[in-house]
Design a protein around this ligand. Structure first.
Ligand code: SME
Length: 160
């Protein structure tokens, strides 16, 4: 049985602990749904000020919602829409301090104020995105981005 211990220390130290917990959780399992579900639950419960954490998978045409924690979300996101679409299209992390100022932002939960979306890439292949929403404006800084990109990489590495 996996037990997550509370994170402590500086933010980089906390992300190192969270990454170690993520790796322990994913160890020996390659199923993309199982690993996405457990990672969403781990991150949602470990980090403060989040109202949505989850995965969208690319089906070859658009993004389709996968395992998540938070309120029910839009099911399909075309690549030309929203913060998630931008991350997938540009294959670059989108860190948005104020989602209401982001053109085309899709408000799944009206409480969301800031958002971080990390693309999931295996070589050239787009697998999907890892999406985090916060009710706090500018919730995510560069350290959060680095830490969550490392967790997204651990997820991609866990797949077969
Ligand atoms: N806000 C996202 C949509 C997904 S939800 O936040 C869960 C976007 O603009 O892409």
């Amino acid at each position: 049985m996996f037990t997550a211990t509370a994170l402590s220390g500086t933010k980089p130290a906390q992300y190192a602990q969270l990454l170690a917990q993520a790796r322990a959780l994913l160890h020996g399992e390659h199923d993309r749904i199982a690993n996405a579900a457990n990672l969403a639950a781990l991150v949602y419960n470990a980090l403060p000020d989040l109202n949505w954490v989850g995965f969208y998978f690319f089906d070859g045409r658009e993004l389709v919602v996968g395992p998540f924690q938070g309120l029910p979300a839009c099911v399909r996101i075309p690549l030309d829409r929203g913060v998630c679409g931008a991350a997938a299209r540009m294959r670059a992390t989108q860190r948005v301090d104020d989602v209401h100022a982001f053109p085309g932002h899709i408000a799944c939960d009206a409480a969301s104020a800031s958002e971080l979306v990390v693309p999931l890439l295996r070589g050239e292949e787009l697998i999907g995105v890892f999406d985090l929403d916060s009710p706090v404006p500018a919730r995510f800084d560069a350290e959060d981005q680095r830490g969550l990109e490392a967790i997204a990489r651990a997820y991609v590495e866990s797949l077969r």
